[in-house]
Design a protein around this ligand. Structure first.
Ligand code: ZN
Ligand code: ZN
Length: 135
């Protein structure tokens, strides 16, 4: 069981199952949403993710028609992303985990949209847009 929470800790969640993969996303929506050079998301089976406190603090926002992002209304921490086309999956912002998830990022995606001031200096595979499915 892995635990996570938002910055103000009003919203807390638990992850019961395996993390399938982890990616860094450099798309412009992630950059703006996270206020960061890129987002880092872990893909889980939707049923393995459970909010255990602060559900009423979670705001949902559609950054594009099929994509719903959630965040804490008090502190603004980004929590999850879901795609309408993949209802069995949920992507959780790895930076909000309180425990070491034990996994490490696999790929960089949407590198074609990356901020010009970001230099990728690790050896992970880079994809112009989406990586291998889920990655
Ligand atoms: Zn919060
Ligand atoms: Zn993105």
């Amino acid at each position: 069981m892995l635990r996570g929470s938002c910055l103000c800790r009003a919203v807390r969640y638990e992850v019961a199952g395996a993390i399938h993969d982890v990616h860094h996303c450099h798309c412009s929506m992630c950059r703006k949403s996270h206020g960061a050079a890129f987002s880092t998301f872990a893909r889980l089976t939707a049923g393995d993710f459970r909010i255990v406190a602060g559900e009423d603090q979670v705001r949902r926002y559609r950054s594009s028609a099929p994509i719903e992002r959630t965040f804490c209304t008090t502190c603004g921490a980004r929590l999850t992303v879901r795609f309408d086309g993949m209802p069995d999956a949920v992507w959780v912002s790895l930076a909000t985990f309180d425990d070491d998830p034990g996994v490490r990022p696999d790929v960089h995606m949407f590198v074609a949209s990356k901020a010009p001031w970001v230099e990728i200096s690790d050896g992970l595979p880079q994809f112009a847009e989406y990586g291998p499915m889920g990655g």
